[in-house]
Design a protein around this ligand. Sequence first.
Ligand code: SF4
Length: 265
Amino acid sequence: MSEQSYKLDDIVAWVDLSTYCNAACPQCHRTDNNGLGKIGWLPLVQWSIEDFKNAFSIEDMQSIKRFEICGTWGDPFMAKDIYHILKYIIDNSNARIQINTNGGMRDDEFWWDVGLLSRGRMQVIFDVEGITPEMHGMYRRKVDLEKLKSHIQCYTSAGGDALAHVIVFKHNEDYLYEILDMCYNELGMNFHVIQASNRFHKDGREEFTDEDGNLHVLEEVTNKGHELINRTITPDRDHNWFKKHGKKHLDRGLWTPKDAVDASK
Ligand code: SF4
């Protein structure tokens, strides 16, 4: 076995902090699409600030360029100590933070505080998939659009850098410009990523049963060549994109509109 060497200041730490979630997205790994509860075998766990400090000492964090705090099995903002974890990183390192959320949990004051904390060091990636509660809730189930909008407004008003992550299905594909207009002009967000859902197994249809036993069908986007979908970059944690485009965006740490222009060339 040959020895692998790493350039320490290139390290990106990808951390999952929680398997808790307030939402019930039918194509999520944690969701049982028969009733929209959590899948039975997944334990409910979360990291406390003590767990995080044990895993990442102040010394360790000096080698980390960026934390990517995603939500493969749950939403990181459901971790009870998330504010303290983010503050610990910001106060004790130079690392930047990208963190994903459905944004529907907690209250306006919390999101204002995260916005104040984030300036210049953190980008929150909010899922926004509709201009009406019905459209947004068709996939992002149990997330109230008006509450989400209020949280984003509080966060951006406090100076927070917010990216809109839009997953596209048949039910929202004709409203992408309206969604972006709302994100940029009403909510103060400053960048977006638009992706067609790639989690359909067959026939571009997926049936699920909601918590009341009602049957629903999600349908795949019909126009995969939509100009907004085609022009949009994929986050660099997608390793296929990463191989194709290289590592230049890691140098800056956070996505900006310039990245979209660079990536489309
Ligand atoms: S918000 Fe994220 S973690 Fe929660 S159910 Fe939806 S996809 Fe899964």
